[in-house]
Design a protein around this ligand. Structure first.
Ligand code: ZN
Length: 719
């Protein structure tokens, strides 16, 4: 049984920089691919950029640069974002790549010769007339348009009545073929599976209404792949862009990845020997190839049925279902290429209950999220917060809340508690165990949920284990057991089990938070930070192996508003750890028109600085900290938490607003010496000016002031 698995994201249109919808799909795709590799599958993740069409011509013209330069710049932005989000794709295809153009022309050459099921030519010349939206690059059905003015509902702009000679694909002749495959029973190998169920019904409804032939070339576009039969036309997006899924694999020259992960349909046409699936392809791609290829299938996975093997799976947005689930399989079938056999359409993200829109400034900038809490936090949040496939609402409060409660508290604390105990009671080395190591792989329920794209469910499953582990530590009370030398074996067994379970947890969360998983592996003293199928078995830790350096996994962050800490329902808080706001400009390229959820990202020039996890001493030196003596304090009217303080900095008087009212009555503060950030830009809180910030620890949302253990004069610098 070939254990191959091909997964793609849509290729993203380079009319604008990446936005959070792109990130959402790509994170999901990367997670899915990684989870398959944990099962030992030979998985291939494809992503890339769609770079042709009228919109790109226009955007490049507006920017005053050649099309190719524009494409190069934006395409690079996507690759940068995937790097920052730890997305590990196997290939990044660009529709301006030669390998793509060659592949498209090969597909086209087959289509031109192809016959439909009814014997007619699949491609025919015709005249197309209709309402055309240049932004959609699509003719619109009359009943889709808003009246008066024949307005495109997606772009709020008038469509143009257009007639042109071009080539058509006879989709109508493939209705029955498509319906049979989409309705085929679960165990039918020819089945095209579409999830969620509602989307599948949508596609079947389109077939019932009657499929119309669609135009596959354009006379009015220059930036594209010329049609060989008519070089003043270019191939239209449905032939050009959709083909990326096979051209990237080397369709043009029938390359080994194409034959392994995709392949031609039906009886071979003279090269049968080469067409058999390849098991042991050279590890020419990056990633954990060696590990996953050398691992034999587990019994469990083999019993799970044929569906995962040889999967040709497209993750898509719900706006591009028709083209992917109908046009694309029919085109491939006509060209004698296997159709894809699985689709999943994801939902859209809103923010604070409103549609994302650059015009209204309601945007989520993925780079900013990464800069704030790191790639793992972003990946975890988008997959944990809502069921994949549904629309959901992003709030800052939920983002920070989940980070603190799930990652910092639950996972982070478990790891640091267990490792610290081993440091304390076992000299920092993996303790011996009397329990048998090895056995059947664990984590089946979690991996099965990943594979069903139930990411939230998979994570909830792992978090149950985390919670059990945290409870067990409290219940067992190793600090008590450690006192009794007679119970040494019991203690060792317990700590070994905890450590090894943390290793298993790290392996099971690694598809979502790969960086944290790698760090946990290193803290456990494992040399290879890359979890693989072999890591799902109990007892992989070697007794006597020294642990690595223990470091905090997810340091807690605070939000500005103490009222709302730990309150996920609040909608409007912004975390204190936030980087500076990125201004959103309207002078940038227009909204995306295809293949992506309707959200936009900020201007090109507003690149956000790379996330910096650490600062150097020079950066720290920019912060001026001084001892301040509180000389007066009063409540600010209308606020439960804010106090207005007058402080003395050794001669200089300052007014400070501080959110500590709930923990400190004003009178208790007068005469106290506190630590003050003294070079903070002035800010107004509730209309009261504040010239600095008082430092405080936060215990479950309750502030505790930093003070000094001997008396220090006001104004003294703190270093
Ligand atoms: Zn439009």
């Amino acid at each position: 049984m070939t254990r191959t698995y091909f997964l793609s994201t849509p290729i993203y249109y380079v009319n604008d920089v990446p936005h959070v919808g792109h990130a959402y799909t790509t994170i999901a795709a990367d997670t899915l691919t990684r989870s398959r590799r944990l099962r030992g599958y030979d998985a291939f993740l494809l992503t890339g950029t769609d770079e042709h069409g009228q919109n790109i011509e226009r955007v490049a013209r507006e920017r005053g640069i050649p099309e190719q330069q524009h494409c190069d710049e934006i395409s690079a932005r996507f690759r940068e974002l995937w790097d920052r989000l730890d997305v590990r794709y196997d290939r990044f295809i660009r529709t301006t790549d030669k390998v793509h153009k060659d592949g498209v022309l090969k597909l086209w050459a087959r289509l031109v010769k192809a016959k439909c099921p009814d014997g007619r030519d699949a491609i025919y010349p015709g005249t197309y007339a209709g309402w055309y939206c240049p932004r959609c690059e699509a003719f619109k059905d009359e009943d889709e348009l808003k009246q008066p003015g024949n307005i495109c509902p997606d772009h709020e702009r008038p469509c143009e009545w257009t007639e042109e000679e071009n080539f058509f694909f006879r989709l109508s002749a493939y209705s029955e073929w498509l319906r049979e495959r989409i309705e085929a029973p679960v165990d039918d190998p020819s089945r095209i599976r579409i999830d969620p169920e509602g989307r599948r019904n949508e596609v079947l409804a389109v077939i019932r209404q009657g499929l119309q032939d669609f135009s596959v070339s354009r006379a009015r576009v220059k930036w594209g792949i010329p049609v060989p039969e008519q070089p003043d036309h270019v191939l239209y997006v449905w032939v050009d862009a959709l083909s990326n899924y096979v051209t990237a694999l080397g369709f043009a020259n029938d390359g080994p990845d194409y034959r392994k992960f995709w392949g031609d349909e039906g009886p071979p046409t003279g090269e049968a020997a080469e067409r058999s699936p390849i098991h042991s392809g050279e590890a020419k791609r990056g990633g954990p190839g060696g590990v996953r290829r050398s691992t034999p299938p587990t019994k469990n996975a083999a019993e799970r049925g044929p569906i995962h093997s040889g999967e040709r799976f497209h993750l898509i947005g719900k706006d591009i279902i028709r083209f992917h689930c109908l046009y694309w399989p029919a085109l491939l079938h006509a060209a004698g290429v296997k159709p894809p056999n699985r689709f999943f359409a994801q939902g859209w993200i809103t923010k604070d209950g409103k549609k994302l829109s650059k015009t209204t400034g309601n945007v989520i900038v993925p780079e900013e999220l990464v800069a704030r809490l790191g790639a793992d936090a972003v990946r975890y949040f988008v997959l944990r917060e809502a069921p994949y496939g549904q629309d959901w609402d992003f709030t800052d409060a939920a983002f920070v809340g989940r980070y603190n409660s799930d990652l910092a508290n639950d996972l982070g604390n478990l790891v640091s508690r267990a490792l610290t105990m081993v440091l304390k009671y076992c000299d920092g080395k993996v303790p011996p165990t009397t329990e048998p190591r090895g056995g059947t792989p664990e984590g089946d329920a979690v991996l099965t949920k990943y594979e069903a794209l139930d990411f939230a469910g998979a994570l909830a499953e792992v978090w149950r284990t985390i919670s059990i582990a945290n409870q067990e530590i409290v219940g067992f009370a190793p600090w008590v057991v450690a006192i009794d030398p007679e119970r040494r074996t019991e203690l060792n067994d317990f700590l070994y089990r905890q450590l090894d379970r943390i290793r298993l947890i790290a392996a099971l969360v690694s598809p979502v938070v790969p960086r944290a998983a790698g760090r946990i592996f290193r803290m456990l003293g494992l040399r290879d930070p890359e979890p693989g199928p072999q890591d799902l078995v109990f007892g992989r830790l070697e007794p006597g192996q020294p642990l690595g350096t223990i470091e905090p996994l997810f340091p807690r962050v605070e939000r500005d508003d103490p009222d709302s800490r730990n309150d996920r329902a609040r909608k409007s808080d912004s975390p204190r750890a936030s980087t500076k706001e990125t201004t959103v400009s309207d002078t940038t390229p227009p909204a995306p028109t295809t293949a992506t959820p309707a959200v936009q990202a900020p201007a090109l020039e507003n690149a956000v600085d790379k996330a910096a996890d650490q600062i150097d001493i020079a950066e720290f030196a920019k912060v001026e900290l001084r001892v301040a003596l509180v000389t007066a304090a009063e409540k600010i009217q209308g606020s439960k938490k804010l106090l207005k303080l007058q402080v003395d900095l050794g001669g200089e008087q300052r007014q400070i607003v501080s959110g500590i009212a709930e923990a400190y009555p004003p009178d208790a503060l007068v005469g106290k010496k506190v630590a003050l950030v003294s070079n903070l830009k002035p800010a107004k809180l509730m209309g009261v000016e504040s010239n600095g910030m008082v430092l405080a620890a936060s215990i479950d949302g309750k502030p505790v002031l930093c003070t000094f253990d001997v008396d220090v004069p006001p104004g003294t610098k703190i270093r």
